[in-house]
Design a protein around this ligand. Structure first.
Ligand SMILES: CC(C)(COP(=O)(O)OP(=O)(O)OC[C@H]1O[C@@H](n2cnc3c(N)ncnc32)[C@H](O)[C@@H]1OP(=O)(O)O)[C@@H](O)C(=O)NCCC(=O)NCCS
Length: 183
């Protein structure tokens, strides 16, 4: 992570870079995530978190030594990705869950891929071995393509575990192993 903290890294096409998220970026993340909370079933949150909630999330992720990244396109923050604990119980400490969100106007330009690749690199540097993606909702094509393209493999499907916008929703689990098999 140190190289990401020091300087943005060019990723994908010109004008796109990925760097560590700072507190000053959070106000830009609020509306990106709120869009998906209110208009989609990609997340099972139903109330958009406030800026203060985001400040807490960033502090929690940083305290765990895990990556929290933003993507900049032509100087503006257009997406983010972070890793957080998969489960709180201590034996799960080498396993995290990823979150990747890209602004609704800039999808399909490689931003999600740049974020997720950098996130996996940051997780490996932090000593994480397994990364879980929980792909929820009834329009999972982009998230499934993103994760498969970054090396995730299907790990199961939970049926009707969410209820949002008047319907029952499944989640698909995908897993990416960062550890060398046998170690
Ligand atoms: C999922 C998401 C992060 C992908 O970001 P992105 O910048 O659009 O992704 P990329 O441009 O890097 O493309 C990644 C893959 O997704 C595919 N994709 C992108 N948008 C798509 C869409 N609307 N429908 C189907 N596939 C799509 C791309 O074709 C690409 O697949 P390929 O490598 O097989 O060609 C973005 O769509 C998003 O923020 N969605 C809402 C939130 C969400 O579902 N987040 C994941 C939960 S952790």
């Amino acid at each position: 992570m140190s190289h990401l903290k020091r300087q943005g890294r060019q990723a994908g096409g010109s004008g796109l870079s990925v760097r560590a998220c700072g507190p000053e970026d959070l106000a830009t993340l609020v509306p990106i995530y709120a869009h998906y909370v209110t208009s989609s079933t990609a997340t099972f949150e139903e109330e958009p978190p406030a800026l203060s909630d985001w400040q807490g999330r960033l502090a929690e992720v940083r305290a765990l030594g895990l990556p929290f990244l933003v993507a900049e396109l032509d100087g503006g923050v257009v997406g983010y990705a972070y890793a957080n604990r998969w489960k709180a119980r201590s034996a799960y400490r080498y396993t995290v869950e990823d979150s990747v969100y890209v602004g609704p106007g800039v999808q399909g330009r490689g931003i999600g891929t740049a974020l997720l690749r950098a996130l996996l690199e940051g997780c490996a540097t932090a000593g994480i071995r397994e990364v879980i993606a929980v792909v929820g909702g009834d329009d999972p094509a982009a998230s499934l393509a993103l994760h498969r393209g970054c090396g995730f493999r299907p790990a199961g499907r939970l049926l009707r575990v969410g209820f949002k916008h008047g319907r029952w929703l499944d989640t698909r689990l995908l897993q990416c192993s960062l550890a060398t098999p046998g170690q």
